[in-house]
Design a protein. Sequence first.
Length: 275
Amino acid sequence: MSRKAKRRWMLTGRMAFVIAWCIFTLIPIYTAFVASLTKYENLGKNFLWPADLHFQNYIDIWQRIDLLGYFKATIIYAVGTSLINVILATFAAYALSRYKFKGKMFYSFIIFITQVIPQVVIAIPIFMTLNKMGLYDTYIGVIIAIIATSMAFPILLLRSFFDGIPIALEEAASIDGCSRLGILFKIIIPLSAPGIATTFALSFFTGWGQYLYPLILTRNANKTPLTVGIARLIDNQTPWEMVMTGTLLAIIPAILIYLCAQKSLVRGMMAGAVK
């Protein structure tokens, strides 16, 4: 077999794998879509196409649960998490990238380790700490919990961007009398805009999809996000058509945001990886 033919077969195999993986990934979403358009008594009778085309589920879900309130809480958690994550990660990443201090490698190692610690392991300590601080059942309490377990990746991502910026630019600005904060805000942040945008988007998705911390840190329905609110529909007589309908409505905004920012996200991730 010629080299050209081998490359063609390899390309075909890769494309087949990607297509198969996409189908495998989309099956749960498609199943949820079929169930959302089906009456309860007909669930499970047809998995390929809705048996009823029952659009009433998309109207009834707003009356069955406080979906609008859940959306509000989810947006607060997602936007609050992304904003604070970006601000704190920018300063931390710049310090790790430019300053030399004792224990720098150890601190970087600890940041990396926090990425692999399961949230459930530290859920109880976080609950007890926030409860003693009077932050139980508050927006800020949930946001702090999310940030505490998701800060590592934004720091590491932004650090890779800052490492790729020549120090000579900062030295030139310093000679002209620019302060450290001036260098950060006038040079580093503008040059790292793709990385900051990527960090904001990824933090937004992290806050949008949180389930564990809002579950254990809130009891007020006004502070319940979509993930927890839809999950609470499940009981002994679970209305699965409503669960699937609410699930689809919950993921649509995140999907739309991702599709709009897809090119920027890929560009930002690739730029960070190359640097």
